[in-house]
Design a protein around this ligand. Structure first.
Ligand SMILES: [Zn+2]
Ligand SMILES: [Zn+2]
Length: 366
């Protein structure tokens, strides 16, 4: 008897999960499920003692009701979405000039910081080296990607330059910055074409930072569940900043609207959300120290603060710095709470030991 009842509740939950618009995700631990008898909605909460629902079945019988089943099933469906793999390109199969596959390895080409495999095409008799994304660079991929890792994990340009010197790479800090701008631009254009599987609850927040004594604000939108950094914009002012473009960008890049947009209550978010994210419920979350909203944006705050110390001397309009931070945040650095990168949480797996290299190679080929 009991077994049959549980099966029935699970089946009903499955039926609810299959229908459009029955479950609304408020955040990772809060859902609203439409009452199937048409009497409003039930709140389904993930608490320290397990999932709770407001419906009579759960409240009076203490059972896992169909609403809880529906939420759990809808979560499982999201998790099953196919993973997109971005693989390193480790070998060359055809001539870059004529496309012939009749190639011969022709020793190594030495440059200032390492060696690169050279090839001779037996068909057109031309030589080329395997160096996707770094074709005209005097320095090898290792030097360039090491510089990016150092810089985006918080080192100053000068420290990055000094560390490179220890590896035998002699470049000025201006050259390092040139590399960063060039490759961030390339990777950003590539990243914009990838649509991550973000959740239906997004957060918008602004982070203060100073450049040469002037206060600036980074407005950012982040996915609540995966912490994927969706879009951003640098502004001179906080209260009078127009957030239309920020939300428009977010919607276009993700190819959808969220069902919930959580903000700190800044008026400009409300104005823009009402027009641009018109399908979303806007939740104004007044910030309290140590609260959830704050914690979720906290890491990004830390990333900006680290950067702030090293940004003196740079112009803020160097948006590549923020775009690079965004790439580092989404694709490179593992998020402690998630145990994976935000991109991985969204079904995008960048493979290879050197993820910078994998991204640059794929960005150059696309
Ligand atoms: Zn219920
Ligand atoms: Zn050829």
């Amino acid at each position: 008897m009991t077994t049959r009842l549980i099966t029935t509740r699970q089946d009903r939950g499955q039926a609810i999960a299959k229908l459009e618009g029955q479950i609304k995700r408020i955040d990772a631990n809060t859902y609203e499920v439409l009452s199937q008898s048409g009497n409003g909605t039930y709140e389904v909460l993930n608490t320290s003692i397990g999932w709770m629902c407001q419906c009579p079945d759960h409240v009076y019988r203490g059972v896992k009701c169909k609403h809880i089943h529906a939420v759990l099933i809808s979560q499982a469906v999201r998790a099953e979405v196919a993973i997109r793999r971005i693989k390193p390109i480790t070998s060359v199969t055809e001539c870059i000039y004529c496309g012939s596959t009749d190639l011969k390895k022709d020793g190594l080409r030495k440059n200032k910081s390492g060696a690169i495999q050279k090839f001779k095409c037996r068909t057109c008799k031309r030589y080329f080296s395997f160096n996707i994304g770094f074709e005209k660079m005097k320095h090898n991929p290792q030097a360039v990607t090491t510089a990016m890792q150092l810089y985006f994990s918080g080192e100053s340009l000068r420290n990055t330059q000094k560390s490179l010197r220890l590896l035998g790479v002699e470049v000025s800090h201006k050259t390092v910055f040139m590399w960063i701008r060039k490759y961030v631009k390339l990777m950003k254009a590539y990243a914009n074409k990838i649509v991550p599987n973000v959740s239906d609850a997004w957060r918008a927040d602004e982070i203060r930072f100073k450049v040469r004594g002037n206060m600036k604000y980074l407005f950012a939108v982040m996915d609540d569940e995966t912490r994927y950094w969706i879009a951003q914009e640098v502004a001179d002012r906080k209260h009078s900043h127009d957030c239309f473009n920020l939300f428009e960008q977010s919607k276009n890049l993700m190819g959808k609207q969220p069902r919930t947009i959580i903000t700190d209550g800044l008026y400009s978010y409300a104005v823009a959300a009402e027009v641009v994210l018109d399908e979303a419920k806007h939740i104004r979350h007044v910030r309290l120290q140590g609260d959830v909203h704050n914690n979720k944006m906290e890491r990004m705050n830390g990333e900006i603060r680290d950067r702030e110390k090293t940004m003196r001397g740079l112009k803020t309009k160097n948006t590549e710095v923020f775009q690079g931070m965004q790439i580092y945040h989404n694709f490179i650095r593992e998020h402690q709470a998630l145990g994976k990168t935000p991109a991985e949480a969204c079904g995008i797996q960048v493979e290879g030991k050197n993820k910078w290299l994998t991204l640059i190679q794929n960005a150059s080929k696309s």
